[in-house]
Ligand binder design. Structure first.
Ligand code: SF4
Ligand code: SF4
Length: 148
């Protein structure tokens, strides 16, 4: 089973429609709301983990877009500059989702971007600035332009 973390942005004209419910009913996708912020009558933002086959996840995303939900994969927003990472492991203890983890016996740090929820913790502790944009990208920043 694949998983994908996405930021959904609902403008006021669609924010009260039950489209997320239909992801489960029509596509049998498993979803997990990681974080949400609603500005009444203006905008809603939801960080969502989608789980299912890759094909069905893509169909679910297309369904959301067809209903005028803006969908931003978090994997487009954060990444690691691998040549800067020295695999010190400092970030792994803080990562709440296991996106950063120590591989054994190699003792290297792997980064699974699909598990990342852009909390920014690794960006604060990495001494080499290897985790890019995690502290700059605030999915809930009011007025943040989409797809910047
Ligand atoms: S931003 Fe960093 S600490 Fe937070 S979930 Fe992503 S990889 Fe883990
Ligand atoms: S703290 Fe930075 S250098 Fe250390 S393992 Fe994490 S990303 Fe790599």
């Amino acid at each position: 089973m694949a998983s994908k973390n996405v930021l959904l942005i609902f403008k006021s004209n669609i924010m009260y429609k039950p489209v997320i419910y239909r992801l489960a009913r029509d596509f049998e996708l498993v979803f997990n709301i990681l974080e949400a912020k609603i500005l009444p009558r203006r905008e809603g933002r939801i960080l969502l983990e989608l789980r299912g086959s890759e094909d069905v996840i893509e169909k679910g995303i297309r369904f959301l877009e067809d209903h005028r939900v803006l969908v931003e994969p978090l994997s487009d927003k954060v990444w690691r500059e691998d040549d800067k990472c020295v695999h010190c492991g400092a970030c792994t203890g803080l990562c709440p989702t296991g996106a950063l983890s120590i591989l054994r016996p190699e003792m290297t740090v792997s980064f699974d971007v699909e598990k990342c929820v852009a909390c920014g913790m690794c960006g604060l502790v990495c001494p080499f600035g290897a985790m890019k944009d995690v502290t700059l990208f605030d999915p809930f920043a009011e007025g943040r332009p989409v797809s910047q």
